[in-house]
Structure formats: C-alpha cells, structure tokens
Design a protein around this ligand. Structure first.
Ligand code: G1P
Length: 290
C-alpha cells in the first residue's frame, strides 16, 4: 500500500530556544533562507508524499500562513516587478496539500500523533519530526519509503550515537536483517537510564507507521517525563507486527538544539549555490585568526 500522508507535529513550545521562540514558532527559525519546517516539507514532497498533516497548537498559525498563498504580498511583488521572488513564494504555497489538526494539550509525542488519527485513516503513514533535519543525496523519507515497498511494515529511522548520549533518544535493540542497513526490532525504550541498554541505535525523527498504532495509542499511558510516548506505543506494536529500524544514509542535525542548529546553518550554508564559497572563505579566515 502506498504511503501518501506525512504527519508533522509542530505543537511544541520550543522552550530550548527562548527568548527567540517567545512569539515565533521554533519551526520558523531560519536556516540560511528558509524556515526549518520548509526543509522537512520539501523532503516529503521530494519523496512522493501527497499530503502533510500538521499537528499544531495555539500560537502556531504562522506555520500554516507560511505555506499559504499571500494575496497581498503577491500583489505588491507584482507591482514592484519582483517576478522571481513572487514565483518562489507561490511555489511554497503550491508545494503540497496541507491539513492541520490541533493538539489541545501538550501530552506528549504519542498523543500528538494520535490527534491526527481521523485525518490519516486506516493506511500506513509517515511521521517527520520538525527538529530533525537530514542532509542526504536521496531524501531520508524516500530511502525509508523504498524500504517500505519491500518490507510493508513499520520502520523507524536510526543513527548510531555514543553510549553517553543514549539517554537523549528512543533506543532500539534488534538483529541485522537481510535488507541493507536494516534491523528487525526486538525492543525499544524511550530515553533509557545509563547502563540499561547496550544498543547505540537511536531513533531520529522519521517513521513509517502502520495504522494499528492509533488503537495502541488509545490506551498508552504516560511514560518517560509523564508524557504519552510514541516509543512506548511502538514497542507495543512490535508485539503484534514486525518493525524495522533503518540506518539512513546522510547527516542528521538536531535543529531543536542550539549547537545542532548552528551546525545545520553552517552545513546548509556551505551547500548553498550562491553563498557556499564565500562562507567557506570566511570560516577559513576565522579559523586562521584564532
Ligand atoms: C523524540 C522521540 C525520541 C527520538 C527523538 C529524535 O524525542 O521521543 O524517541 O529519539 O525525538 O529526535 P524528543 O527529542 O522530542 O524529546
């Protein structure tokens, strides 16, 4: 069955970026010339997804506006004969069909995904977390969708992390599978206490999920941090159906963390066709002057 929909939770408060996020959603913080959320939406579009479902909350309407047509701005740009810029803005509003649902209470990632159940319906779907940006030749979502075509079961994207960092992630345990870079999941735990798992396979914010996850989330009780955790529901899903962990090809940036965000700006800046060379020269000058 084709995966047509991507759920992107954008309801979080962004407290790690205060005061920048006092009145601006963290998803709209800029990496070079576009907000972080646009990179995620462009990734799913490039991967063949047809519809994005934002799980939003109060104060996040600027995200929907970003992907909407802005009649006033378009008229002004036309009047000023700024054709290229006008076209670029219209392309954003034509990127993909977007639907929003509201998460009324901040009860956790599992609850945010559950909030989208009626819009997703009874079909497999993607989940992309807005903090995780992946630079890769083939979009991370596309790599996973290609694997899904072969295995037809839930997939979580993983990367290896040092043992000292496992407590910051959902951690997966499993055995190598016959497919390239793929593991059959046997156990998973959200933000494990140090020493409680030997695995270094950390979930990053890309998932393909079977719709059974919703009935599991109906009854998932609060877990780590008192929140309804997606990882807990995923573990329950592994008891009913197979689940795979996929070590994607590419570099992931945690744009929800200050250092990760700075690294992303540099990495995307260096790849920018109009700015990359100059930025590299500038960085070299800074380093030479240290
Ligand atoms: C969430 C998930 C966690 C995953 C992480 C990836 O945690 O709950 O399993 O490893 O995203 O970014 P968060 O970073 O929102 O606390």
């Amino acid at each position: 069955m084709k995966v047509r929909k991507a759920v992107i939770p954008v309801a979080g408060l962004g407290t790690r970026f205060l005061p920048a996020t006092k009145s601006i959603p963290k998803e709209l913080l800029t990496i070079v010339d576009r907000p972080t959320i646009q990179y995620i939406v462009e990734e799913v579009v490039a991967s063949g997804i047809d519809q994005v479902i934002f799980v939003t909350s109060e104060g996040k309407s600027a995200i929907e506006n970003h992907f909407d047509y802005n009649f006033h701005l378009d008229a002004v740009l036309k009047e000023k004969k700024k054709v290229v810029l006008g076209e670029e803005l219209n392309n954003i509003s034509n990127l993909i069909d977007i639907v929003s649902v509201r998460q009324k209470k901040p009860l956790g990632l599992g609850h945010a995904i559950w909030t989208a159940r009626h819009v997703v319906g009874n079909e497999p779907f993607m989940v992309c977390l807005g903090d995780d940006l992946v630079l890769s030749k083939i979009p991370c979502a596309k790599q996973m969708l290609d694997l899904f075509d072969e295995v037809g079961e839930s997939i979580v994207a993983i990367q290896r992390v040092p043992q000292s960092e496992t407590f910051q992630y959902g951690i997966v345990e499993g055995e190598k599978d016959a497919h390239d870079r793929t593991f059959k999941v046997s156990r998973m735990v959200e933000k494990p206490a140090p020493g409680t798992t030997d695995s270094d396979m950390a979930i990053i914010g890309r998932y393909i999920l079977m719709p059974e996850i919703f009935s599991i989330l109906d009854t998932t009780t609060p877990g780590h941090g008192g929140e309804i955790q997606l990882t807990d529901a995923l573990l329950a899903l592994t008891k009913k159906r197979a689940m795979y962990a996929y070590e994607f090809e590419g570099t992931r940036f945690d744009a929800g963390d200050k250092m990760g965000y700075l690294k992303a700006i540099i990495a995307y800046g260096l790849r920018h066709p109009g700015l990359g060379k100059q930025l590299l020269e500038h960085l070299k000058e800074i380093v030479a002057g240290q």
